[in-house]
Design a protein around this ligand. Structure first.
Ligand code: NAD
Length: 437
């Protein structure tokens, strides 16, 4: 394939070189002439293990060239990567001026269909902005692909040649196919190419970095606490590093007998050692707020006064396969509905006896999940019991007064819910709203 990569920094130069190494014809473009001159003479402006040798081989074999002439490169390429910098701007957000400038230049130069790929890290929605900047400048068809890069400096070649995963975000099947073909040689060991829409791809990069940054800050605070408490953070690190659980599913907040009390204990231990642990305090705050999410969504739908409204709640235990309701989010949910005047019917495969101790006669209890749905204005799902995953949706619709599900565990696919005629409000996914509901 013929490609150009605009921006010959850590990302652009590595990406361009690795694409050449896998047999493509690549033109690396930069607007700093001195950089391009140096590269043409075999001088590599950055240090990255293995890069110089790869550049030498691919330039010698004619697959990799360097240029300052962006328009010429675009005319010779089917796919154009934008890999310029996106530094922090005045407002604290990313400065997209270089990305947009390159987009304009690409648009003006296109003489046929092009796939334009943002490899730079760009905020959510940039792809649409880029499209609207480019569209008035060309009569040619083009698709924008959001293809965030996850390489680490110092191991960039290895990361690019053998990525953990490749994220391809585009709403164009044609562009996705071209990108798949391009990345196929890099995922021969079976690592996934994950395709999604542009917006989610843009968010994925920020979510990944925010998660890593949070982990680093978390470990730094643990290290500070270790110093004071006389523990060795390196041993602690090894003790937690083998955890196989990833805990990446969003929901209605954690509960149970461990996380809430242990988080509080860490905050307290830190205080006892004369330090604050703001990250843990924030974790607790976020979790508390999250437990109210479902009821706030109910209020959005029905207003603050729920008198005369009836709700079914499936799942009371703090997680599936237990009857433990200690600090379960379901308590916040049920109490929140009752407090606002709603009536509540609850079902849980194992926790009904625990629930009776908490709610007494204030709710009705149902051994069979469908029985709780009779006359409900909405169903709230709070615990992801397996038996809730494949219910009889037509039967549910018949039983309920309104076909509305607020899913605190993202058990169902929005498209499937639309087909079944439900208003469906999951966590962090696009809701399904029916005009008739
Ligand atoms: P960099 O600053 O090393 O390189 C950017 C290059 O773009 C420079 O050579 C610059 O001269 C060139 N450039 C700027 N404006 C230009 C224009 N109008 N026309 C042509 N060339 C232009 O940046 P980088 O570290 O490679 O990062 C690029 C992007 O990739 C950023 O969005 C960054 O957040 C992201 N990213 C970086 C890393 C990393 O480890 N460095 C990893 C993943 C993603």
């Amino acid at each position: 394939m013929k490609l150009c990569v605009v921006g010959t920094g850590y990302v652009g130069l590595v990406a361009g070189t690795c694409f050449a190494e896998s047999g493509n014809d690549v033109i690396c473009v930069d607007n700093v002439a001195a950089k391009i001159d140096a590269l043409k003479q075999g001088k590599v402006p950055i240090y990255e293990p293995g890069l110089e040798e790869l550049i030498r081989r691919n330039t010698t074999e004619g697959r990799l060239t360097f240029s300052t002439d962006l328009a010429d490169a675009v005319r010779k390429s089917q796919v154009c990567f934008i890999a310029v910098g996106t530094p922090t701007g005045h407002s604290g957000g990313a400065d997209l001026s270089a990305v947009m400038a390159v987009g304009r230049e690409i648009a003006r130069a296109m003489d046929g269909y092009r796939v334009v790929v943002t490899k730079s890290t760009v905020p959510v929605g940039t792809w649409a902005q880029l499209h609207s900047v480019m569209a008035p400048l060309t009569t040619q068809e083009f698709d924008i692909v959001s293809n965030p890069e996850f390489l680490k400096e110092g191991a960039a070649i290895d990361d690019f040649m053998k990525p953990d995963r490749v994220v391809i975000g585009s709403i164009s099947p044609k562009a996705v196919e071209i990108m798949r073909e391009l990345y196929e040689p890099f995922v021969r060991t079976g690592n996934p190419i994950i395709t999604m829409d542009n917006t989610s791809a843009e968010m994925t990069k920020y979510a990944a970095n925010a998660l890593l940054a949070t982990r680093i800050s978390f470990m730094n605070e643990i290290a500070n606490l270790c110093e004071r408490a006389g523990a060795d953070v390196d041993q602690v690190r090894r003790g937690i590093g083998y955890d196989r659980h990833h805990f990446l599913f969003p929901g209605v907040g954690y509960g149970g007998s461990c996380f809430p009390k242990d988080v509080r204990a860490v905050i307290t231990t830190a205080r006892e050692h004369g330090m604050e642990f703001p990250l843990m305090a924030a974790v607790e705050d976020v979790n508390e707020a999250q437990k109210h999410r479902l009821v706030l969504k109910v209020v959005d739908e029905f207003g603050p006064n729920l008198t005369g409204k009836h709700f079914a709640v499936w799942g009371l235990a703090f997680k599936p396969r237990t009857d433990d309701m200690r600090e379960a989010p379901s308590i916040t949910v049920v109490e929140g509905l009752l407090k606002r005047g709603g009536s509540v019917a609850v079902h849980d495969p194992e926790a009904l006896h625990e629930a009776r101790k908490l709610f007494g006669e204030r709710v009705s209890y149902h051994r069979v999940n469908y029985d709780a749905l009779q006359g409900a204005d909405a169903l709230l799902i709070v615990t992801e019991w397996n038996e809730f995953r494949r219910p009889d949706f037509p039967r549910m619709r018949q039983l309920m007064r309104r076909p509305m599900i607020l899913d605190g565990r993202n058990l169902y696919e929005p498209d499937v819910m639309r087909e079944h005629g439900f208003t469906y409000l999951p966590i962090g996914r696009t809701p399904v709203r029916l005009a008739t509901a």
